[in-house]
Design a protein around this ligand. Structure first.
Ligand code: NDP
Length: 400
């Protein structure tokens, strides 16, 4: 099977997605890589020798430009590896042309720092009518974490009571301050109020106001903070039995110190200000100053550990389970020239696409990862670079 795929975006994650698709040449036969800056597409494409990778310039905010590319290239699937701002314009283009869609992050409007699935779920009926499929959030978190949760439920639980998704980056990129994926999206995510689900409703908390020390297996003991993450929304919807669902992420003191200062001086604001007669959005200006996530790989040391802790019941007995992956920044750089955050996002993106293209995951409408059988995904993900480990009982308790 030799499928044609259109990949949009040419940043840190896309660099790894394209290389991983090329490694899986039994499924991916030809790629058109299109983004806002053509030179970035060319720089990625030049490393791929075993399958054709064409490049093009596109402004994916303009749905018609994406439609034109699809009509010309005739892909079976469009992979949106650009930014969440482009999700709806690209979904519109897929609807107009009858082509499947995949992304790694849910839509957020540029002028409001708010992300939720409502905008994309609203496409379900139209995708269904058109007989096409959209797979949302096929990265690591969201993505792999949704599959881990589905796997936990399928194999280990009659009832899941609590879910804690824990995300540790214990790496060191050697820069004073940098974000591991798009700075604008990253800073918008972290500076908003935190949120978690408990007893049927969402609890809102000030940013980074709940902290716990978590012992991440094989990696480190790190201070971790509760924040809202998009997979909580879909997992709570698809597993209504969950009494509590939280997401934890590590941040070093240095990162928080920089972020606090930047916030205090107004550099993380998305409200335009007038500067020398021009409208400037401080956060966009900050992004231009910060290192590109794709440039962080070289010299990056340390590991990530991301996983899901589930507490619940099986056969009338209480049960605790933790499933996780550990990924090494330097190993990723050696393999594909990217750091572990890009790598852990890109591998599930490639494999989600592969599940769609091979028909192992199939549906008409708009879907989250946990809605499909986790087994074929879990069976393959290790082979593509993200092996997983399970812990049971007391060893599986990372956070209470
Ligand atoms: P980067 O900023 O490195 O790359 C984004 C790319 O999208 C750039 O090439 C950029 O072009 C391109 N782009 C932006 N706007 C447009 C547009 N209007 N038309 C065409 N191309 C455009 O980001 P990352 O690679 O770090 O992140 C990519 C995606 O992955 C993001 O959506 C991010 O939220 C998501 N992500 C998901 C994770 C998960 O686990 N699910 C984890 C990490 C990231 P240019 O180079 O010209 O700016």
């Amino acid at each position: 099977m030799s499928n044609k795929v259109l990949i949009i975006g040419a940043g840190g994650v896309s660099n790894v997605v394209v290389k991983k698709c090329a490694q899986n040449s039994a499924v991916f036969g030809e790629i058109l890589l299109a983004s806002r800056t053509l030179a970035k597409c060319d720089a990625i494409a030049k490393d791929i020798k075993n399958i054709p990778v064409h490049t093009a310039k596109v402004d994916a905010d303009n749905s018609e430009e994406v439609v034109a590319l699809i009509k010309d290239f005739k892909p079976k699937l469009v992979m949106n590896i650009a930014l969440p701002y482009q999700d709806l314009a690209i979904m519109d283009a897929c609807l107009k042309t009858g082509v499947d869609y995949l992304d790694t992050a849910n839509y957020e409007p540029k002028d409001v720092a708010k992300f939720e699935y409502s905008w994309q779920w609203a496409y379900h009926e139209r995708f269904k009518q058109a007989g096409i499929m959209a797979l949302l959030g096929s990265g690591f978190d969201p993505g792999m974490t949704n599959v881990y949760t589905a796997y936990a439920k399928k194999h280990y639980f009659d009832r899941m009571d609590t879910l804690d998704i824990v995300d540790c980056n214990n790496g060191d990129h050697g820069k004073a301050f940098a974000t591991n994926f798009n700075p604008e999206i990253n800073i918008r995510e972290i500076t908003q109020n935190g949120r978690f689900f408990e007893n049927g409703s969402w609890k809102e908390i000030p940013p980074l106001s709940i902290k716990a020390d978590i012992e991440y297996p094989e990696v480190a003991n790190r201070g971790s903070y509760v924040l809202f993450h998009e997979e909580l929304e879909s997992l709570v919807k698809h597993y209504p039995e969950l009494k509590r669902a939280r997401f934890w992420m590590t941040f070093g003191d240095n990162y928080i110190k920089h972020l606090t200062v930047l916030q205090n001086v107004g550099m993380t604001s998305i409200q335009p200000i007038k500067f020398q007669g021009h409208d400037v959005i401080p956060l966009e200006f900050l992004k231009a100053l910060l290192p590109e996530p794709s440039s962080l790989g070289e010299g990056y040391s340390g590991k990530t550990c991301i996983g899901c802790q589930v507490v619940g019941e099986k056969d009338g007995k209480p049960r605790t389970y933790f499933v996780y992956n550990v990924c090494d920044h330097a190993e990723c750089f050696k393999e594909v020239g990217g750091q572990a955050i890009a790598y852990t996002t890109a591998v599930p993106a490639m494999l989600g696409a592969s599940m769609m293209l091979t028909g192992k995951w199939r549906g008409q409408g708009v879907f989250n990862m946990e809605q499909f059988d986790p087994d074929p995904f879990m069976a393959e993900i290790g082979k593509w670079g993200l092996p997983w480990t399970e812990l049971h009982g007391e060893k599986a308790v990372l956070v209470r």
